[in-house]
Write a protein that binds this ligand. Structure first.
Ligand SMILES: Cc1cc2nc3c(=O)[nH]c(=O)nc-3n(C[C@H](O)[C@H](O)[C@H](O)COP(=O)(O)OP(=O)(O)OC[C@H]3O[C@@H](n4cnc5c(N)ncnc54)[C@H](O)[C@@H]3O)c2cc1C
Length: 381
């Protein structure tokens, strides 16, 4: 068992960390305040190969292993939780759908610009009445000649209003339950009938636009179908399994930012003529925060390791995402507490970390749904 990062993994971490410290941290409050998609940062990340980290170089990616990708995502999220979602939705969800289920032509045409970062990707699964309950979706894709006609609405789609490529799930056989769902490549800037209804005003995760989409007589050629018809539900679950490792990474990154900030504050802030970090209650909070982060990182890397080895990693990725998400929220909460009154204001980023962390417990499988997944597996073992 090897717990140390390889030389290449350390190099990736240091490169992304430097970029985040120099380019992301200084503008993170501005992103949070303005809530605008940080296109310039995305361009810079594309230059560094950070928009296609896990994909092979032949498709424009950086060819990194999943540990390195998770480390990169962790670092980006340490700078900005919203930017973490931008990259995770683009890469783990949209990009991975194309990489895993696209044919060679689809990979060349749609994955390569995503991995190079000239295109932005989104993954449109959820609907108003179909979040955890995916098969309840109502969007349909009807075959007419050599086209599919998409009709319906999608909700909460990260990057949805800025994306060049969206992987969309729709029912091709509404009577067949989860076996009647298929997935498609949609190109919002080329396909008529793709309508952005608006974006959500959210608690956190600012900078990543969360869009409501409508498909109105949206006609796409039949070669935009990903894989075989009826495989969409299984494709979505497989994609989310991988995605959860990077949402764990987002949780770890935000938690680390919250701990760093709280530690600095505990060393500087004096009350009763001593730094507050000298009070045992504060020191113990810092100890618990760090311990939980270390444990979350181990679960994240364990899931990545299983994925790399080609082992079943459904339980491992659910556990990593569940635990890292709860740790992220708990650590950010303690970060505010350590800051006292200042933590409750916008003078310090502690409150931003808390707002950004909370989302982790909701998307890509709520904590309740992940406990169902893990519990089902435990019962079978
Ligand atoms: C900021 C943001 C970004 C998002 N990005 C995307 C995206 O890019 N693409 C996309 O497709 N979706 C995205 N989503 C949607 C997200 O995945 C869903 O919100 C999530 O799956 C939960 O679905 P829901 O909101 O409908 O909640 P519901 O499913 O209605 O759940 C409500 C509550 O009931 C609980 N619950 C539901 N079912 C069960 C069950 N079987 N057992 C126990 N408890 C249960 C839930 O845990 C939750 O506490 C995003 C959401 C947000 C908020």
């Amino acid at each position: 068992m090897e717990f140390a990062l390889s030389a290449e993994q350390r190099q990736i971490r240091d490169m992304v960390s430097k970029f985040v410290d120099e380019e992301v941290v200084p503008v993170a409050s501005e992103i949070d305040h303005d809530d605008e998609f940080p296109a310039d940062l995305v361009d810079e990340m594309a230059e560094l190969g950070l928009m296609g980290m896990p994909f092979p170089e032949e498709y424009g990616g950086a060819g990194l292993d999943y540990h390195s990708y998770a480390i990169g995502l962790e670092e980006i999220s340490r700078g900005s939780g919203g930017l973490g979602t931008v990259v995770a939705a683009h890469t783990s969800l949209a990009g991975n759908m194309l990489y895993e289920f696209g044919d060679e032509d689809q990979k060349q045409e749609y994955l390569t610009p995503l991995a190079e970062g000239s295109d932005v990707g989104a993954f449109a699964l959820s609907e108003a009445g179909a979040g955890s309950d995916v098969p309840a979706m109502e969007t349909t894709a009807t075959k007419e000649g050599d086209e599919y006609v998409l009709e319906g609405n999608k909700l909460w789609i990260s990057n949805g209003s800025v994306a060049d490529t969206v992987t969309v799930f729709a029912k091709t056989d509404p009577e067949a339950g989860n076996k009647g769902i298929s997935s498609f490549v949609v190109r919002p800037k080329e396909d008529d009938g793709f309508i952005v209804e608006g974006t959500e005003e959210k608690l956190g995760d600012k900078g990543c636009p969360t869009a409501e989409l409508r498909f109105d007589d949206l006609r796409i050629p039949e070669d935009r179908l990903l894989g075989e018809g009826g495989e969409g539900f299984v494709q979505a679950l497989k994609t989310l399994n991988g995605g959860r490792i990077t949402i764990a990474a987002r949780g770890v990154g935000i938690a680390r930012a919250a701990l760093d900030e709280a530690r600095d504050y505990a060393n500087e802030r004096e009350q009763f003529d001593q730094p507050i970090g000298e009070f045992q209650s504060i020191k113990h909070k810092l100890a618990d925060m760090d311990t939980k982060i270390q444990a979350a990182k181990l679960l994240m890397h364990k899931a990545a390791d299983k994925k790399i080895r080609g082992e079943d990693y459904i339980k491992a990725s659910a556990q990593a995402k569940l635990y890292a998400s709860e740790v992220s929220r708990e650590v950010a909460n303690e970060g505010i507490q350590i800051h006292g009154g200042y933590g409750y204001t916008k003078d310090f980023p502690a409150e931003r970390f808390y707002r950004d962390a909370k989302l982790n417990e909701i998307y890509e499988g709520t904590s309740e749904v992940l406990r169902n997944t893990i519990g089902d597996q435990v019962l079978e073992e």
